[in-house]
Design a protein around this ligand. Structure first.
Ligand SMILES: C[S@@+](CC[C@H](N)C(=O)[O-])C[C@H]1O[C@@H](n2cnc3c(N)ncnc32)[C@H](O)[C@@H]1O
Length: 232
């Protein structure tokens, strides 16, 4: 698999900054993400499965949320966590998250996760729909960063998409096996290059284990992959 050129990572930030206002259409299956009531129903039912796995982990204490976006998972996290440190490269995403969540228990940092390093340990770390955007050649380094930033016994949760065309917009084409870059299009037609990887649950769990993270990785029937576990 070819490694990802640095300009793709820059383009990916530009894409999410420009997409912030229309981002939630994806999660709520609206506009180009509306694949009809049957497919949408499947999506929402499987999202409930991921939510249930997240809730079962029961994050408490000080939690780090990476790439929080508009706050779909921040909102859920705040039900049990004491504080959240939310790190995202997009000011536009963070502005929406801040208004939606409206809590002084959440601290926001605008930073590039490919260079940012945590300066403390947390009781938990959560990242929704972020692991697929990490180039494969950077994944070991990312998982090592997660393990370092978790106290022993600290909790980790992630969720992401499976390789299923109906999970994305009707005018998006998923990358072929062995390719980690795809084109994403906004409602106004602007196009960007982003990283999008799909993981085998067993291989990903093994990679987490090598980093010191005991994570159970599961897939829902069609749409999602999620991991829940702890730092050894
Ligand atoms: C697919 S969204 C996930 C948002 C949210 N976690 C969710 O599940 O809805 C990806 C997020 O990653 C952020 N992002 C993209 N590149 C980044 C980078 N280099 N550093 C930090 N955040 C980045 C985007 O701004 C966006 O908020």
């Amino acid at each position: 698999m070819n490694s990802v050129a640095p300009d793709v990572l820059t383009d990916m930030v530009d894409y999410y900054r420009a997409r912030a206002a229309e981002y939630d259409e994806w999660w709520y299956r609206q506009g180009r993400y509306d694949h009809g009531s049957e497919e949408n129903g499947r999506w929402f039912a499987e999202a409930e499965e991921a939510y249930a796995a997240f809730d079962a982990l029961h994050f408490t204490g000080d939690v780090l949320e990476l790439a929080p976006g508009t706050g779909i998972w921040t909102e859920r996290l705040l039900k049990t966590a004491e504080t959240i440190t939310a790190v995202d490269a997009s000011e536009e995403m963070v502005a929406i998250n801040r208004v939606k969540i409206g809590s002084d228990r959440v601290s926001y940092l605008i930073a590039d996760l490919f260079t940012w390093q945590p300066d403390r340990q947390y009781d938990g770390i959560c990242f929704g729909f972020w692991i697929s955007h990490i180039p494969t050649e950077r994944l070991d380094g990312f998982l090592a960063m997660i393990a370092d930033a978790l106290r022993p016994g600290g909790k980790v949760f992630f969720v992401d998409g499976r390789r299923e065309p109906r999970t994305t917009a009707k005018n998006h084409v998923l990358p072929e096996e062995g390719v980690q870059v795809m084109t994403r299009i906004l409602n106004d037609g602007r196009a960007y290059q982003i990283v999008k990887n799909f993981y085998d649950p067993g291989a990903l769990a093994a990679q987490c284990a090598r980093a010191g993270l005991d994570v159970t990785v599961r897939e829902t029937a069609t749409c999602f992959l999620y991991g829940a576990g702890t730092r050894r």
